[in-house]
Design a protein around this ligand. Structure first.
Ligand SMILES: Nc1ncnc2c1ncn2[C@@H]1O[C@H](COP(=O)(O)OP(=O)(O)OP(=O)(O)O)[C@@H](O)[C@H]1O
Ligand SMILES: [Mg+2]
Length: 219
């Protein structure tokens, strides 16, 4: 059994009554890629949120690296979050910061030196092909460009796990293909990925395991 990420009988009730996840159990190996699929409202975003502890499970346990939701302390939550990169459909970039600053911000928060921040941010901008747009603000970037910046931010601290919640949901097929290619490249370098989507066409192109949720249950 993997000891990278484990869901053990996880139940999530919102407001103690709305059942979003129902006894979900699965494990993910280090470096593995899985698709998380299911119709709208099935619980995909909830499952991802429980991993980065945006929410806590109501019952059951989630273990990630050396942490468990049963024993993790408030002080440890930021440490866990440094080990998980998150990519959202709507990017969630800071609007008043440039592309460069959106990425550098993630590095500053962990107390890297100014020199190291500059080196790493420029390297990340280059890896997503946007060095020339580093001083642009999010409203001056296309959807695909915004997603590239959010991917650079997600991998800034080289986390062993990337969670992508409908990362191409708002993009045209060609731009979406480029974003998918970028995520696959990150995976090829050894990073585990959970990618939530309700686009079943996407699955056909890849040979990865699929986790399917229906009304909060894994099927
Ligand atoms: N903060 C919340 N409070 C109450 N209920 C919530 C909350 N967030 C989600 N839910 C409910 O939990 C269920 C699962 O929602 P979730 O967002 O995880 O679904 P999803 O699979 O990501 O859907 P979509 O494909 O539309 O993004 C839904 O019934 C939703 O109404
Ligand atoms: Mg969702």
């Amino acid at each position: 059994m993997s000891d990278f990420l484990i869901f053990d009988n996880v139940v999530k009730l919102y407001s103690n009554r709305w059942l979003a996840l129902d006894r979900v159990s699965f494990s993910l190996d280090a470096g593995e890629f899985v698709f998380l699929v299911g119709p709208s409202g099935a619980g995909k975003s909830t499952l991802l949120k429980l991993i980065y502890l945006g929410e806590f499970p109501t019952y059951g346990e989630i273990r990630y690296l050396s942490w468990s939701t049963k024993t993790i302390t408030m002080d440890e939550i930021p440490l866990l979050r440094r080990k998980v990169g998150v990519i959202f459909q709507d990017f969630k970039l800071l609007q008043e910061k440039t592309a460069y600053e959106n990425i550098a911000f993630a590095l500053r928060a962990v107390g890297k030196s100014r020199k190291e921040i500059r080196r790493r941010t420029n390297e990340l901008l280059q890896s997503v092909g946007l060095s020339h747009k580093k001083d642009f603000y999010p409203p001056q970037l296309s959807g695909g460009e915004k997603q590239r910046i959010s991917i650079a931010r997600a991998i800034a601290l080289s986390p062993p796990l990337i969670l992508a919640d409908e990362p191409t949901g708002d993009l045209d097929p060609e731009t979406a293909g480029g974003i998918m290619e970028l995520i696959l490249n990150i995976h090829r370098q050894g990073t585990a990925v959970i990618l939530a989507t309700h686009n079943m066409d996407m699955l056909r192109d890849f040979d990865f395991r699929v986790l399917e949720l229906r009304e909060g249950k894994l099927v």
